[in-house]
Design a protein around this ligand. Structure first.
Ligand code: CTP
Length: 392
């Protein structure tokens, strides 16, 4: 898709860099139109390197190619992030005194804006009125979020997180084929406490689960994300339940699964937990040279949910495997889906440099008969969409 990202002059412009990056990584052709003031906050080379295209800001450059309308005419989607109070006022008034204003007026593509400003400016009746005007014209307004602002103040006005802006923007143009479906996604890795300060954990960052949750929400699903120790910010656009250990994950998942149409177990779950959790910090003077830990088995959440699944409910598991050989990996997956009893299994090779904590992923999805139904490789967002296509 040809996507224009309009960047205007607010400090949140530094975060808009990640909107550009995420859209490029999702496979889109991104053209940045920055206002002169935006370029005071973030450098042209940064935006050109990340968007892989020239950045345009001057209304009087490229006149021979009628650039002031050409960029907007070619766009399939326009995202303005951050949208300052001034830009919002100009958009509401239909001003075309800079390249971004011309681009937007000359375009029939959907327009998504992510306001960012101080609370007083956001709550000012002038801004509130302008936002209403834009909404009444079909403009999608993402956020703003409530949180820390540039100064010492906090409140509504903070630009939404880049991933949320991207998800909302792609939702405007993407398929809405999961409307009305309740989808439960687990993400991250569980931690089993040894004592008040230590745990046994794993290297899952939560990125794939978050990408699934955002992609499902973008397609219209009502999403709950059960998040175990995420390494990245949880999305603001879906309901999030935070858990720590496997037992907590089991409780939260079992509760939420009762009303879910689909359960996706992307979390990396600890199979064992310490039999005894020390009340106080374990001291090495009392342990000597060897510390024996006795671990007991955790419940298998996926297996349990598969056993009690309601008719029509779809349950998807993940298989994190280090097997290097493709055929052997598939065999491990087949044995695992037979053991777990879920409907689909997303087989995912993991290792020191694969699967965990990276932006991309390669998966094979099999069904209960062991047949490969999806093979996908790319960003965690594009892999998520391939998995969700199965449900749609
Ligand atoms: N899972 C679960 N409960 C557990 C362990 C795993 O629900 N106690 C889920 C995971 O969320 C994942 C799937 O089962 O969707 C497979 O997890 P994986 O770690 O690959 O498999 P295990 O069952 O733990 O088997 P092994 O580690 O022996 O490969």
């Amino acid at each position: 898709m040809n996507i224009v990202v309009g960047i205007t002059g607010g400090i949140a412009a530094y975060k808009a860099v990640n909107v550009v990056r995420a859209l490029v990584l999702a496979g889109h052709d991104v053209h940045v139109v920055a206002t002169e003031n935006a370029l005071r906050f973030v450098g042209r080379p940064t935006l050109e390197a990340l968007s892989r295209n020239l950045v345009h800001s001057d209304l009087y450059e490229g006149v021979a190619e009628v650039r002031h309308v050409a960029i907007g005419q070619a766009a399939d989607l326009i995202v303005v992030a951050p949208a300052t109070a001034n830009t919002i006022a100009k958009l509401a008034g239909g001003f075309a005194d800079d390249l971004l204003g011309n681009t937007i007026l000359a375009s029939t593509a959907p327009l998504v804006i992510a306001p960012a400003m101080h609370t007083e400016m956001w709550q000012n009746p002038a801004t509130a009125h302008n936002i209403e005007v834009l909404r009444s014209r079909g403009v999608t307004v993402v956020g703003p979020a409530v949180g820390q602002l540039t100064g010492k103040d906090a409140g509504p006005g903070r630009m939404s997180e880049p991933d949320d802006i991207v998800a909302a923007a792609l939702a405007v143009v993407g398929p809405r084929d999961l409307v009305g479906k309740r989808i439960l996604v687990t993400a991250g890795g569980t931690r089993e406490p040894l004592d008040p300060v230590r745990f046994i954990g794993n290297r899952s960052s939560g990125r794939q689960g978050i990408a699934l949750a955002l992609a499902a929400a973008a397609r219209g699903a009502d999403v709950t994300l059960i998040a175990a120790n995420l390494e990245v910010a949880a999305p603001a656009s879906v309901a999030v339940v935070r858990v720590g250990s496997t037992l907590e994950l089991a409780d939260a998942t079992t509760d939420a699964a009762a009303s879910a149409d689909v359960v996706i177990m992307a979390a990396a779950v600890a199979d064992y937990r310490p039999e005894v959790v020390a009340e106080r910090k374990i001291k090495k003077e009392q342990q000597g040279d060897v510390l024996d830990l006795r671990l007991v088995k955790n419940p298998d959440i996926l297996k349990g949910l598969s056993e009690i699944r309601r008719p029509g409910q779809v349950i998807i598991g993940f298989a994190a495997e280090t097997e290097p050989d493709a055929a052997a990996l598939l065999e491990l997956g087949r044995a695992k889906i037979a053991r777990k009893g879920c409907d689909y299994l997303v087989i995912n090779r993991v290792g020191w440099s694969e699967g965990f904590a990276t932006e991309s992923n390669t998966v094979t999805v099999i069904d209960r008969s062991g047949v490969t139904v999806v093979e996908a490789s790319g960003t965690k967002t594009s892999v998520s969409d391939s998995i969700l296509d199965l449900l749609a």
